[in-house]
Structure formats: C-alpha cells, structure tokens
Design a protein around this ligand. Structure first.
Ligand SMILES: Cc1cc2nc3c(=O)[nH]c(=O)nc-3n(C[C@H](O)[C@H](O)[C@H](O)COP(=O)(O)O)c2cc1C
Length: 221
C-alpha cells in the first residue's frame, strides 16, 4: 500500500492549514494510500546544524539527517514515503520557522554539491522521485500577495523541494480567516464580513484543490 506523510507546520491543529491538510489526506486515502499525519509543532527539533555528516565522503546517512532528535523518525518516514504533503501558514512573508527547520533537515541530507555535467545543475542524491505538495495559507488576498512578492518568497521553498525531491506542486490559499471571533481582538484591518464570505465561497474551492492535490500526488508513484 502506498504511504503518504502529511506534515502540519502550523502551530494550530484545527485551523486553516490543518483543514486543508486533512482534506489532502482524504484525497490521498481515496487514491488508496495509507496516510500518517504529524503536527510538527509537537516535536522538539531545530534546523540544520551544518555538521556536514550528510556531505562527507563515505557518508552513511543515506538521506536522513544525522541529528538524533524527535524529527529523525519523521525524516526516515519521509524518505521511505510515496509522497509528502506539508502545510504552512505564511509568517512575515515566509513559511513558518518550523517549516524551514524541517525543510533544512530533510533537504540538506538529500542535497549534493556535485555538479551534474551531463544535464547541468547539481546531481540529485535521491534515486527516486518523492512527489511533494506544499500548502500555504495566508490572510493576504491574492492580488496583494502577488504585489508583495509572495510568489518569490514562497516559491523559493517550492523550488528547493522540486529540485531535491524531484517533483513539487504548491497550493496557495489566500485571504484566510485568522480568528474565529474577530470581536475579541484589536484588529480593524480585516473586514469580518468579507472574511466570512471568502470562507463560504473560496475556502471550499481550496479544500477541493487540497483533496485533488492529495489524490494526484498519490497517483504519481
Ligand atoms: C506570526 C504571524 C505572522 C503572520 N504573517 C503573515 C504575513 O506575512 N502574510 C500573511 O498573508 N499572513 C500572515 N499571517 C496570517 C496567517 O498566515 C494566516 O492567518 C494563516 O492562514 C494561519 O494559518 P493557521 O490558521 O493554520 O494557523 C501571520 C500570522 C501570524 C501568527
């Protein structure tokens, strides 16, 4: 049976990012996969420590970061998986720090500094493709996100996964509702009615896209 690893890099376990990830999980399961879901904020880990154990001549790390901490078993599962789906809110124009720490650990252990003289660029270390889906959620509307360069700030992460894992696709969910009850917060930037409307109209479309992403990635391997 195909194995899909789903990773929530949002601290909230039941909000925008998690809802989309759970829908992606349903899509993967519909396509016959067994999915394992992890809330990354539940695990104690930091980013790459630049020990270079994975880049040494004769390294035996085999695509799994040498640091022995909470993340290691999850990294092992990612490398053995048929697909990975990771979701992150946008925090100050970038994925969360936890997303980035995870990405450093997964990607650097599978990165090489070896030039691919036949095809150009750098050689891939993984000898297979692990299709990766990345779901970004943000309270910014789509037009503004484009104006303030989110396709670049977020796209860089997608490019890194694409190169190292062999395939990556992204789903951007804009204009999310940050609070359940706006009346409890000091916030007049957002129009609650508009946010509610987006929840009723656009968010279900994003949920369908998340389902399709999970299904499509599962069917790729
Ligand atoms: C610390 C912090 C920083 C944020 N920075 C941004 C930002 O730069 N751009 C944006 O569009 N939304 C930003 N947001 C809003 C979240 O990205 C958005 O509400 C997201 O959907 C939350 O995901 P969640 O519901 O899974 O927690 C920020 C939220 C927090 C808590």
């Amino acid at each position: 049976m195909k194995k899909i690893i789903i990773l929530n890099a949002s601290p909230r376990k039941n909000f925008n990012t998690a809802k989309l990830l759970k829908e992606a999980q349903k899509g993967a399961e519909t396509a016959g996969a067994e999915a394992e879901y992890y809330n990354l904020y539940d695990y104690k880990f930091l980013g790459c420590r630049s020990c270079f154990a994975c880049q040494r001549k004769g390294s035996t790390t085999e695509g799994v970061c040498a640091i022995r901490d909470d993340l290691r078993p999850i990294l092992e599962k990612c490398i053995a998986a048929d697909a990975i789906i990771i979701g992150s809110p946008v925090y100050f124009s970038y994925p969360t720090g936890v997303f980035r720490s995870f990405a450093e650990r997964l990607l650097f252990a599978n990165h090489t500094y070896m030039v691919d003289r036949e095809n150009g660029g750098l050689k891939r270390r993984l000898n297979k493709i692990i299709p990766t889906g990345i779901i970004f959620t943000m309270n910014c509307p789509e037009d503004l996100a484009k104006d303030i360069n989110y396709p670049i700030t977020l796209g860089e992460s997608v490019n890194n996964f694409r190169h190292i894992m062999g395939y990556a696709d992204a789903l951007y969910s804009y204009d999310t509702r940050q609070f359940d009850d706006f009346s409890k917060y000091n916030c007049d930037l957002f129009d609650e009615k508009h946010k509610e409307e987006v929840q009723q109209t656009q968010f279900p479309i994003d949920m369908q896209k998340a389902f399709d992403l999970g299904k499509t990635l599962t069917e790729m391997n």
